[in-house]
Write a protein that binds this ligand. Structure first.
Ligand code: PMT
Length: 219
């Protein structure tokens, strides 16, 4: 019997989109399918780790018995579940596409159509990764993602620093087959010292292996 490399370890993974309710019928959301985050959860579990997967709304199911899936809808719910789970883990991979803003107020009744413009005021959500970055102890690894459309490396490096991450996974919507929905992704991993490792376009399952290899190196 060979112990697996991550047995006895526990990780938090966030996945999928968040939905920010406007009224009982409508929400603000994004195109995340959850595929990248679920692939990460499966890869960590396959290597022996216990995984708390905090997931926004997706159509995906989890396979591995070591994955404890916690379903949430909004960024506020995701924030609360992550804050609860993180202190009990060896680290977190923040793959969810969290809404940066939510409607300032929620209408209990369906907003009626009118002929003139409708304005919805938005208020910022908490930055979950940054909050975990403040809570992080020396024994925990914190990995973020950066979904970019321009000035990819500079923007990612700023996020790495401002959220106190150990490394950040950049995926750009300018790369064909990368980002939302696809079964593939093309990533670069950026480290705190500015070093960058570029990877080819691969299946999200293989991308998850590359990312978890880095997590293992960190531990
Ligand atoms: O789900 P798929 O369809 O497979 O697509 C995968 C993906 C494109 C969603 C994924 O690979 C990805 O890039 N996830 C991060 C998307 C994102 O919101 O990136 P960002 O650059 O806006 O956020 C930076 C980091 O902060 C991310 O780790 C994000 O999870 C985190 N964040 C952002 C805002 C917020 N309020 N709280 C956060 O924790």
């Amino acid at each position: 019997f060979q112990p697996q490399e991550l047995s006895g370890k526990h990780f938090l993974v966030t996945a999928g989109p968040t939905y920010e309710a406007i009224d009982p019928v409508r929400f603000i959301g994004n195109w995340s399918s959850g595929k990248m985050g679920y692939a990460l959860a499966e890869e960590l579990a396959a290597r022996g780790a216990n995984v708390t997967l905090v997931s926004g709304p997706t159509n995906l199911s989890t396979i591995h018995p070591n994955i404890n899936r916690v379903n949430v809808i909004s960024a506020e719910q995701m924030h609360q579940k992550c804050i609860e789970a993180f202190p009990h883990t060896n680290g977190a991979i923040m793959c969810a596409a969290v809404a940066d803003y939510r409607p300032e107020s929620y209408s209990d009744v369906k907003i009626k159509r009118k002929s003139d413009d409708l304005t919805i005021n938005l208020t910022p959500n908490k930055d979950i990764a940054a909050e975990l970055g403040k809570m992080k102890t020396g024994n925990q690894v914190l990995v973020g993602f950066a979904l970019e459309t321009n000035e990819e490396e500079q923007n990612s490096f700023k996020k790495l620093k401002s959220k106190n991450l150990d490394f950040i996974v950049l995926n750009s919507l300018r790369d064909k087959g990368a980002g939302f929905h696809h079964d593939t992704n093309k990533i670069s991993i950026i480290f705190k010292d500015g070093e960058i490792e570029h990877f080819d376009l691969k299946s999200k399952v293989e991308v998850a292996q590359d990312i978890v290899n880095q997590v293992v190196r960190f531990l």
